[in-house]
Design a protein around this ligand. Structure first.
Ligand SMILES: CC(C)(COP(=O)(O)OP(=O)(O)OC[C@H]1O[C@@H](n2cnc3c(N)ncnc32)[C@H](O)[C@@H]1OP(=O)(O)O)[C@@H](O)C(=O)NCCC(=O)NCCS
Length: 334
């Protein structure tokens, strides 16, 4: 067994073309652009085309990440798809992606920890690489949340969007990569944010459809309170594990659920807002995809340089939370 550093070899993302603006939503539910913008920071979100499902969005993001890494799909050892809106309960979205990519020798699975899923998936991938079991792991966060949101419910319809982000994780130079993680769950809050029906507890039925139990159900106020505290607590845990201070963090990468939650958690550590990655105004909450989408955008804009410390933090249904310290760079020459 080895214990190697695992980090990012390549990154990519994809959002569907169709934009649903706050003004569009004004025509669908009793809401206003002003309310949504001031309460959440969201101005618009993307919607998958009718023929697109989560594995399609995942494919486009993965293809870009592989190209960026200089890795062929056939070289992949493992595919992890973090998602809250898989194509099916089974087969795994990872299997559909594996076939479409032509990743012939890869194993794979879906990982379900709601919006905390991407950071969990990175932690899992890092373990496989660290032990030497795998060399090249594709980690995707992909969502078509528009299929599980009730567009008649203003409490949730305004928040969510579709998109995908992906990274190829492999061995990197010592001192770079995924340096530490903190993963948490509190199932006592399971009912605060859930997709009640469609699983074994409440299989689909006419009753389910009539009561719209196949859509996201959320207690926004309670989730908000939980989020503000846990984002800070999880950040603190990762700073402690890695021996870093808030001043050592170059970029803070919070889950994009609500601008006010992001601002409150950044304030706790005096992270200046210029160091906080924010794209919630364009995409809303894309669950597992928010973190890789935000990092990819910053990377494309040249905002990330080798050696930068990125602090990733997310929360979501479960209730769940996760944070990770990613030191950018150290990947082998292509
Ligand atoms: C959902 C959320 C934006 C609501 O914002 P809020 O400031 O808590 O708003 P409240 O629920 O207190 O509602 C305030 C008022 O606005 C109304 N309101 C709620 N949604 C509205 C909407 N979309 N448009 C207009 N008015 C709305 C409420 O009915 C309430 O009216 P009242 O005062 O007359 O009763 C906020 O609670 C939130 O972001 N929670 C976290 C959700 C989250 O992150 N989920 C994903 C986790 S991964």
């Amino acid at each position: 067994m080895t214990n190697r550093a695992a980090g990012v070899w390549g990154i990519g993302s994809y959002v569907p073309e169709k934009i649903l603006s706050n003004f569009d939503l004004e025509k669908m539910v009793d809401t206003s652009d002003e309310w949504i913008t001031t309460r959440t920071g969201i101005q618009e979100r993307r919607l998958a085309a009718p023929e697109q499902a989560t594995s399609d969005l995942a494919y486009y993001a993965a293809d870009k990440a592989l190209a960026d890494a200089g890795v062929k799909a056939e070289e992949l050892d493992l595919i992890i798809v973090a998602t809250s809106s898989p194509d099916h309960l089974f087969p795994a979205t990872a299997a559909l992606l594996q076939e479409r990519l032509g990743a012939k020798k890869a194993g794979g699975f879906d990982l379900s920890v709601a919006c905390s899923g991407y950071i969990y998936a990175l932690a899992v991938a890092a373990q496989f690489v660290a032990t030497g079991l795998h060399e090249k792991v594709l980690v995707v966060g992909a969502e078509t949340l528009s299929r599980i949101v009730n567009f008649e419910d203003r409490g949730t319809a305004i928040l969510f969007g579709d998109g995908a982000g992906a990274m190829v994780i492999g061995p990197v130079e010592a001192g770079y990569g995924l340096m530490g993680h903190h993963l948490g769950l509190d199932g006592s809050g399971a009912e605060l944010l859930s997709l009640p029906a469609g699983g074994s507890r409440e299989p689909l039925s006419e009753e389910v459809l009539k009561n719209k139990r196949q859509y996201v159900d959320m207690n926004g106020k309670e989730v908000y309170k939980f989020a503000v505290n846990i984002m800070g607590d999880a950040t603190l845990k990762v700073l402690e594990t890695t021996g870093l201070t808030p001043e050592d963090i170059d970029l803070y990468v919070p889950h994009q659920a609500n601008y006010r939650i992001i601002e409150a958690s950044a304030k706790r550590f005096n992270f200046p807002m210029e160091k906080v990655l924010i794209n919630i105004h364009k995409y809303g909450n894309v669950s597992t995809a928010t973190i890789p989408l935000a990092i990819d955008e910053a990377y494309q804009e040249g905002r990330i340089k080798d050696g930068d410390n990125l602090l990733l933090v997310a929360f979501g249904g479960g209730l769940s939370w996760a944070a990770s310290l990613l030191r950018w760079g150290g990947r082998p020459e292509k």
